[in-house]
Write a new protein. Structure first.
Length: 187
């Protein structure tokens, strides 16, 4: 299996949620990492493991970000990471599939399905091989214990329950490293 890592400078994990029932607020996580073990001959045998630093949430509003990292929402002091670990991969065609896995937020783990599009591979000017993917899912934040809200006097609530997660990821293939015995024999 080929090993790949997320190129975080060319990747984005962002989300969208309703605000006051009339608009959408967009945000992202600035720090994350991930490893993918990819079987290119049989992609269904591949696996994905991603870790997001919850404190890196960025909605372009420092006061809102401080509230989102507080115990009302992500509680980053007690739960510093959001993780996703794949359980299975379903291939639909050459460029589309689903990754079903466990998403853990605030210590609560629930299964989610990412709808995935494969955008191809390219060799960089530095000789590395990269692959691009787009993935998306929608979750109900209450399923992970993110229940804080305020009722509006005009009806509805301040923060919507549905959160759309949108991911653009560029992976870099890790060159095969010789096993320790092979490396010792070669030296």
């Amino acid at each position: 299996m080929a090993q790949w890592i997320i190129d975080d400078s060319h990747s984005l994990i962002q989300f969208t949620v309703r605000h006051m029932m009339i608009s959408k607020v967009r945000g992202r996580f600035d720090r994350f990492s991930g490893a993918i073990a990819a079987d290119e001959q049989n992609p269904a045998l591949s696996s994905v493991n991603v870790q997001i630093e919850a404190a890196s949430i960025n909605t372009r509003d420092a006061k809102r970000d401080a509230h989102l990292t507080s115990p009302d929402f992500l509680d980053v002091a007690n739960y510093p990471y959001i993780t996703f670990v794949s359980k299975r991969i379903e291939v639909q065609d050459e460029t589309h599939g689903r990754i079903i896995g466990d998403l853990t937020i605030r210590g609560v783990t629930r299964e989610v399905t990412l709808e995935v599009e494969y955008n191809g591979q390219a060799r960089s000017p530095w000789g590395t091989v990269s692959a691009g993917f787009h993935a998306q899912t929608t979750i109900n934040r209450k399923d992970w214990g993110l229940t804080w809200n305020v009722a509006l006097e005009t009806g509805g609530v301040l923060v919507g329950d549905e959160v759309t997660i949108d991911i653009e990821v560029e992976l870099i293939r890790q060159e095969d490293q010789p096993a320790p015995a092979e490396a010792a024999a070669a030296s």
